[in-house]
Design a protein around this ligand. Structure first.
Ligand SMILES: Nc1ncnc2c1ncn2[C@@H]1O[C@H](COP(=O)(O)OP(=O)(O)OP(=O)(O)O)[C@@H](O)[C@H]1O
Ligand SMILES: [Mg+2]
Length: 260
């Protein structure tokens, strides 16, 4: 069974389409990349999948449930939002932020138990931040904040894990470490992973399928689609170089022209 099913879906806001006619099925255990320039609908697509935004038309099923229905399936989705959407106004610690990941499962009015605190501490350990539990979230580095948000998304023991640009704005070394963490979580926990990014190079080896979003159109295919010069040129509206090293490793260049 496909865990995410889009059937002729138009996504957008207030009746204004961002992408039309999206049809695809994500199988359990697959790793999907969602790629494209700014403003082409990557976050809009994610919000539609997690049920924050109703589709304008068409049907979206996630884990067998209509995406917008508030039912049990939502608890089985972990979501790591784009960094600019997270800014706690109060001086929350890393542990506080991770603990908020249990609220969807717990309901709003129950307090996390000792068991939840232990789970949160274990997850901080798993993402390599065992010494940062009491650090103020706002004061952490970009890469560390990403790790805290990943730990938070893992609190509900999700089957589907969705990342919206988890590596945007971090340096190359931190990016590599984050990708290593995410691909490890993906394979060790049998997760289905959706990964929004401007830069596919670090995840090329792990991608099963890709959704390429251009302005008002899209291309969906397997990993090889990323090496199709013509498709890339249409998506980015310019020439994009594809490099293949002697070890048969591919790189798609450049990736810096559309950064925020
Ligand atoms: N809440 C909103 N209400 C109305 N329009 C919106 C809203 N959020 C985004 N949009 C518009 O929808 C389009 C797609 O936005 P979206 O955030 O999905 O792009 P994106 O591909 O995630 O871009 P980025 O790479 O900058 O994150 C843009 O034209 C944007 O202005
Ligand atoms: Mg976005």
């Amino acid at each position: 069974m496909d865990v995410i099913v889009f059937d002729n879906v138009t996504i957008g806001y207030d009746g204004n389409p961002v992408q039309r006619g999206l049809s695809f099925g994500v199988k359990r255990g697959e790793f999907w990349a969602i790629v494209g320039p700014n403003g082409t609908g990557k976050s809009t697509l994610i919000k539609t999948i997690i049920g924050l935004l109703p589709p304008i038309s068409g049907t979206v099923y996630v884990l067998g449930c209509p995406a917008t229905h508030v039912c049990e399936h939502r608890k089985r989705i972990g979501y790591v939002p784009q960094m600019n959407e997270i800014d706690p106004m109060f001086p929350a610690t890393a542990l506080d932020i991770v603990l908020t990941g249990i609220f969807p499962k717990l309901g709003l009015f129950k307090r996390p138990s000792r068991k939840h605190v232990e789970l949160a501490l274990n997850l901080l350990d798993e993402v390599g931040l065992s010494d940062k539990a009491d650090a103020i979230f706002r004061e952490l580095s970009g890469g560390q904040k990403r790790r805290v948000l990943i730990a938070r998304a893992l609190m509900g023991k999700p089957e589907i894990l969705i990342f919206d640009e988890p590596t945007a704005g971090v340096d190359v070394a931190s990016e590599e470490q984050l990708v290593k963490l995410i691909t490890k979580l993906h394979s060790e926990n049998g997760l289905t992973t959706l990964f929004v990014t401007h830069n596919v190079n670090p995840i090329l080896d792990h991608i099963d399928k890709v959704i390429l979003l251009g302005v008002g159109f899209h291309v969906i295919g397997d990993r090889k689609t990323l090496f199709d010069r013509e498709v890339l040129r249409r998506i980015y509206g310019r020439e994009v170089d594809i490099i293949c090293t002697p070890e048969q490793k591919y790189y798609i260049l450049p990736e810096d022209h559309h950064h925020e």
